[in-house]
Design a protein around this ligand. Structure first.
Ligand code: HEM
Length: 532
């Protein structure tokens, strides 16, 4: 062997080799370096872009909620604690009063913007609608229950789905889908469950009522939650209630949802899919077009599944479309109904005024569409209940491009705010709806009169959005309003007194929809003149 004088080097290698990191450690180190490098490059690129936006549009950073919390860990612990103590919404209101209507908070590696300024809300939901998305924030939460539902889509696919609800499911023609006969039948069943001279929880009854009405609307068959349920229907109703709570919990814990057990969610999903698919098979077996003779009204016997099956024979698609509405239309409306009755029971003057207007305009008979639309004071009461307890009290979007919010930056909060691609913006209808700047000094008083003559909304859009605003506003808004109005009118025709039977204060319960954790305990007095 040639002696090149390398023996000292070989000896050195022999000494070092056992101490060299294994291949796995090298891979991890390289991975961490790449992540760090890309984070640093991204931070520099963002800083450059922020400077450009500052020059172009005068953007300035908003105040920071947790400047001494670089990883946002304190923020995460605080948010989890307030969520568990059922104080999230009031804490959010407090944070806005401390930092102003727009501020940022560090949450792990990202800077989240929180806003309750109507001008920013209008920008996110309407003016710059195309700059923001929602599917990256919640698409995964609905899996495996839903695959490509409207909740999980943005852009052109979302638009197509939205149009199909409008035209194929006929959401654009309310009178052709809202079956008032079905409403009356379910209302009569509800009445049988309400005891005389005894406290009862109306929230539970409303939840069952809405389950029955929504299954009737979506599948053409009631879940019979208010009466005798077959074991199959009971299992389905329980599964769909349970899964909504799990989806919501996943949303609240954010990235930690990866560590939550998905076992019960999979079981619920199987039950719901099996149940809905049975109706899909039945619907697909019917000849098209479906029999439309012998109907008292355009909407009689309408169900969304049959309407959609006239256009699509795809089982998965039909399952997604119907299951979405079973989720969107049940708890939201029972939450609204409970809030209205909770507030009416505590505001006797409003109750009496509303009852008088119902008896004058509608009388004792079940209301018609036209009569419901003519009940102006009822609309004021519903608006005020939606202002107080919006069923969707908090929401979020993620920017899909570099963009701006019109206000919230700088020491006076008047400058625009730069939003980088991928930045999350959280906005709260609960906070805006309680703002004294918008609703005046009596913002925390239940006063439906503020809605008369559009007085409450003189500030313009963005200050009241229980159904959201812009292209993505709730497509079921009119449906939900007429459906709820029908039930409230019938209750007011039937009962001449409603008394609260729970002295505990209202307490937040955040599922997919907001409700009172203590339910809606009431006692009612029937009007002898009411129709049976
Ligand atoms: C009081 C009752 C209701 C309230 C307060 C309400 C509120 C909302 C809100 C705030 C959104 C927007 C969610 C978001 O994009 O972040 C929404 C979306 C939606 N709602 Fe409602 N909703 C109600 C009832 C209903 C009903 C009865 C239906 C169907 C019959 C329905 C169907 C939908 C659908 C399909 C979406 C998704 C729209 C889209 O992403 O384009 N909702 N709703």
């Amino acid at each position: 062997m040639l002696n090149l004088g390398l023996s000292p080097l070989v000896a050195l290698f022999d000494t070092i080799e056992p101490h060299l990191p294994s291949a796995r450690v090298v891979i991890i180190l390289v991975f961490i370096s790449v992540v760090l490098l890309s984070a640093i490059t991204q931070a520099f690129a963002r800083r450059r872009e922020a400077r450009r936006f500052s020059k172009l549009f005068g953007c300035q950073p908003p105040p920071r909620d947790n400047p001494y919390d670089p990883l946002g860990l304190r923020k995460i612990i605080r948010s989890t604690k307030t969520f568990l103590n059922k104080q999230s919404l009031l804490t959010a209101v407090k944070l806005f009063s401390e930092h102003g209507n727009t501020y940022t908070s560090r949450v792990l590696t990202s800077n989240v913007v929180f806003t309750c300024d109507p001008r920013n809300i209008k920008q996110i939901l309407a003016t710059r609608f195309a700059d923001f998305e929602s599917s990256p924030l919640r698409g995964h939460l609905f899996k495996p229950l839903l695959s490509h539902s409207i909740f999980q889509l943005d852009g052109p696919h979302w638009k197509i789905t939205r149009e199909r609800y409008r035209h194929e499911a006929r959401f654009s023609n309310l009178r052709s889908i809202l079956d008032l006969g079905r409403q009356e039948k379910s209302f009569q069943t509800l009445l049988k469950c309400i005891p005389d001279h005894q406290p009862f929880d109306l929230y539970i009854l409303f939840r069952h009522l809405m389950m029955d009405l929504t299954t009737g609307f979506c599948l053409g068959d009631s879940a019979n939650s208010l009466t005798y349920q077959t074991p199959e229907k009971r299992e389905f109703a329980e599964a769909i209630t349970d899964i909504q709570q799990r989806i919501a919990a996943g949303g609240f814990v954010g990235p930690l949802s990866q560590f939550m057990s998905k076992k019960q969610m999979r079981i619920d999903t199987q039950i719901i899919h099996r149940f809905v698919e049975k109706y899909i098979d039945e619907s697909l077996a019917k000849p098209i077009p479906y029999d439309k003779v012998d109907k008292q009204s355009e909407s009689e016997g309408y169900n969304m599944l049959d309407a959609l099956a006239e256009f699509s024979r795809d089982k998965l698609e039909l399952r997604d479309y119907t299951t979405t509405i079973l989720i969107a239309g049940t708890e939201s409306t029972s939450s609204l109904l409970s809030s209205v009755m909770y507030l009416l029971a505590r505001n006797e003057e409003v109750f009496l005024k509303l009852r008088q207007s119902v008896l004058e305009i509608v009388g004792r008979e079940p209301p018609t569409f036209t009569q419901i639309k003519g009940l102006a004071y009822l609309r004021c009461v519903i608006n005020e209940a939606l202002r107080f307890y919006p069923p969707v009290p908090i929401n979020a979007r993620i920017a899909n491009t570099a963009t701006t919010l019109p206000v919230g930056g700088g020491p006076d909060g008047k400058s625009p705010v730069y939003i980088h691609k991928g930045q999350k913006v959280v906005f709260s209808s609960f906070a805006i709806h309680r703002s004294t700047q918008i609703y005046g000094e009596d913002a925390l008083v239940f006063r439906p009169e503020r809605w008369e003559n559009g007085e409450a909304l003189k500030e313009g859009g963005g200050a009241f959005f229980p159904f959201l605003l812009g292209p993505r506003a709730c497509p079921g808004q009119q449906y939900a309003l007429i459906e709820s109005s029908y039930v409230i009118v019938r209750l007011l025709q039937t009962f001449r007194e409603i008394k609260p039977r729970d002295l505990r204060p209202w307490k937040e319960h955040m599922g997919l929809n907001l409700r009172n954790d203590n339910g809606c305990w009431l006692e009612v007095v029937r009007d002898d003149e009411a129709l049976a």
